[in-house]
Design a protein around this ligand. Structure first.
Ligand SMILES: [Zn+2]
Length: 278
């Protein structure tokens, strides 16, 4: 359900005043959690209807392998919104080294990313990063900033979420370049996702993966940055520079006094077995 009108008017007032004072990055969210789920379902349907851009890999073994890692991460005490539907889909596109999540839970991983990385701890770190975008509701925060006034006016004229602004937002955000067009997180969102990825994995009972595993992705991408690789262009344009991300995760690992990982925490063998199925 959408939040009630007085709540929303309060939020929009806060949004406007905060814009005036500090500009973007307010953290104000005008959408409810069920709006996130609805929005995500609509985007999921559009992705499913566009196999030319999003060819889904039909390999239940690979999908359930990814889903198992997602489920374990979501069980972390550090994940707040456990009622979102964190469902993994693998996109069969070796040229794209990326993963993304849509509001409310659906998570997409490209085969290009799976082939690029070297161990399961890195995959867990990347999936925890995507789970954070969902869990911390970064998309609907961005939408609240971009469409705040329209959301408020839709409330004033009495439109509901289903037939009003939410549909318009979905149409607008998916019209130009597919669903990914709507996933323009701020760099602060990206920093939050990296930081929380580490914390989610740190808090997991038994700590099945080295919590700083995402750093191996960054170590590989630092030398490639700025070299015009199309596989990475989307990734690089929306994330802080890899070196900055790497420095931040190294600092987290150092502050937590994490020892260097062994194979039990990297699980490269598990990842290689999955890769052999691709
Ligand atoms: Zn991200």
């Amino acid at each position: 359900m959408m939040m009630n009108i007085s709540n929303r008017i309060f939020c929009i007032a806060l949004l406007i005043s905060t814009f005036t004072v500090v500009g973007c990055g307010t953290g104000v969210n005008l959408l409810s959690k069920s709006d996130d789920i609805q929005l995500g379902q609509k985007m999921q349907a559009q992705i499913a209807a566009d196999p030319a851009h999003y060819p889904v890999l039909n390999n239940p073994n690979v999908t359930s392998y990814i889903q198992g890692i997602v489920n374990t991460i979501v069980s972390s005490p550090n994940v707040k919104n456990k009622d979102f539907r964190y469902v993994a889909t693998v996109i069969n596109d070796d040229k794209t080294v990326n993963a993304f999540a849509v509001p409310g839970g659906p998570i997409y991983v490209y085969t290009g990313l799976l082939k690029f990385i070297d161990n399961e701890a890195t995959l867990a770190g990347i999936l925890a990063h995507e789970i954070t975008h969902v869990d911390h509701r970064h998309s609907s925060e961005q939408i609240s900033q971009q469409y705040g006034l329209q959301i408020l006016s839709s409330v004033i004229v009495g439109q509901t979420a289903n037939n009003g602004i939410l549909s318009q937002i979905v149409e607008y955000t998916t019209a130009a370049g597919g669903a990914l067009a709507s996933l323009r997180f701020s760099r602060n969102d990206e920093r939050d996702a990296d930081k929380t990825s580490f914390e989610d994995l740190m808090a997991l009972p038994g700590r099945p993966w080295y919590p700083a595993g995402i750093k191996y992705f960054m170590i590989k991408t630092v030398p490639m940055e700025g070299k015009g690789s199309t596989s990475f262009s989307k990734n690089f344009s929306t994330h802080p520079p890899s070196q900055e991300r790497l420095d931040a995760v190294n600092k987290q690992a150092k502050d937590a006094k994490l020892p260097e990982p062994n194979e039990n925490q990297l699980k490269s063998g598990e990842l290689q077995r999955m890769k052999a199925m691709l």
